[in-house]
Design a protein around this ligand. Structure first.
Ligand SMILES: Nc1ncnc2c1ncn2[C@@H]1O[C@H](COP(=O)(O)OP(=O)(O)OP(=O)(O)O)[C@@H](O)[C@H]1O
Ligand SMILES: [Mg+2]
Length: 358
């Protein structure tokens, strides 16, 4: 026990075994070479989950896919901005966990330098698995001894070393969830990631769910692949999506004092305007609830003739913001808005201090 030991003393016959503690720290030291992102998992709560009773069908079908070992190893949920992909991904992680799955997730974000970096995805997922699975941990430990710079490797090499079941099967039932792949900075690398996942689909450690907007590069990769189940969120039956949006709007408006008499009309108007966009519904609800008079706000919105849907809503919000500003302040606000609109994605992430959507 004392072989190779030095700089220690035993006093008063007290002896404490700190072996277990040392193991804990060495485990985490070894894995730190993966350089994982600390706040990329669904547990960080970057997105809210779906309102209860909404998205039931799509969530059920994704859960069935995850549970069925015969189903294609990849699932691609794609859709235009604001259709609710991230909310579904967040809810999916929670429901998978409830069903007894172990979940490794990575939520990309163009607002975070780390969560926009494609090379962070596989090592972070591997880290999540390794802290739970002993044999996988041992495998990763040795892989890192031989390849201490895995975190910097190409995504293909990372997948080959860290995500293939031929290297080490897992004991528990795992599902991997990646959201917002289109938010990563390097679309070429995102394409490489998809290609590597598709090429190795039947050897992956677990089923992988991917949600993203429909970037051309991504659809090209998925299009001819039989290894992926593909669902376009914006193409789901309109009546089903609008029933969900109605549930969400109805509940939220019914919490606002003074709207009860016109509740049905307001809900109908907002559902109609939202088309299939949850972002419309959630922005409208926040806007209406946030004013001194919610009734005034919704009435003004309903009077909008010039534009429709999300455009009408944004115009209404901007007009409302500018009501209390003088001309000079309005000019300044416009300059900021123009600046933000003209920024290219890469510039936004390079320390301008301005992040889109804020
Ligand atoms: N089922 C739902 N219940 C309640 N709110 C929802 C639901 N789905 C989406 N939302 C709300 O709608 C807005 C847009 O949703 P979300 O961010 O999930 O869209 P997205 O498709 O991921 O958009 P993007 O392409 O920009 O990433 C968010 O404010 C979200 O909270
Ligand atoms: Mg999203």
């Amino acid at each position: 026990m004392f072989r190779n030991s030095h700089n220690f003393s035993i006093s008063n016959g007290q002896f404490t075994n700190i072996e277990a503690q040392n193991n804990y720290y060495s485990t985490h030291d070894a894995l730190s070479k993966l350089n994982p992102v600390a706040d990329a998992s669904y547990k960080s709560g970057h997105y809210s989950s779906c309102f209860p009773g909404t998205r039931v069908e799509i969530l059920t079908s994704i859960l069935e896919w995850a549970t069925d070992h015969q189903s294609p190893p990849l699932f691609w949920l794609y859709g235009i901005a604001g259709t609710g992909k991230s909310s579904i991904a967040q809810t999916l992680c929670m429901q998978l966990q409830e069903k007894g799955f172990s979940v490794a997730s990575f939520f990309c974000s163009r607002n975070s330098a780390e969560r926009t970096n494609i090379k962070k995805i596989v090592p972070t997922i591997a880290h999540s698995i390794a802290i739970v699975e002993t044999t996988y941990y041992e495998y990763v430990f040795h892989a890192l001894e031989e390849n201490p710079h895995i975190a910097k490797y190409s995504v293909l090499e990372q997948i080959k070393l860290l995500l293939l079941s031929s290297n080490t099967p897992l004991q528990k039932n795992w599902a991997i969830v990646i959201d917002g792949l289109d938010e990563c900075a390097d679309m070429e690398m995102a394409k490489d990631l998809l290609e590597a996942l598709i090429d190795n689909a039947h050897e992956l450690l677990a089923h992988i769910f991917i949600a993203s907007r429909e970037e051309k590069a991504m659809s090209m990769k998925f299009k001819n692949s039989s290894s992926a189940t593909k669902v376009a969120l914006h193409e789901l039956q309109k009546s089903v999506v609008q029933a969900d949006i109605a549930t969400y709007i109805k509940f939220n408006l019914s919490q606002i004092e003074g709207l009860a008499p016109s509740l049905e009309t307001c809900v109908k108007y907002l559902v109609n305007q939202s088309d299939r966009l949850f972002i419309y519904a959630s922005t409208a609800v926040k806007y209406i609830a946030g004013g001194y008079s919610s009734l005034d706000r919704i009435q003004m919105l309903m009077k909008q003739q010039r534009l429709n849907g999300i455009f009408a809503l944004y115009v209404e919000i901007l007009q409302n913001v500018t009501v209390h500003l003088d001309d000079i302040e309005i000019q300044k606000l416009l300059r900021v808005l123009h600046f933000v609109m003209c920024l290219r994605k890469s510039t936004i992430n390079q320390g301008t201090g301005v992040s889109p959507g804020r």
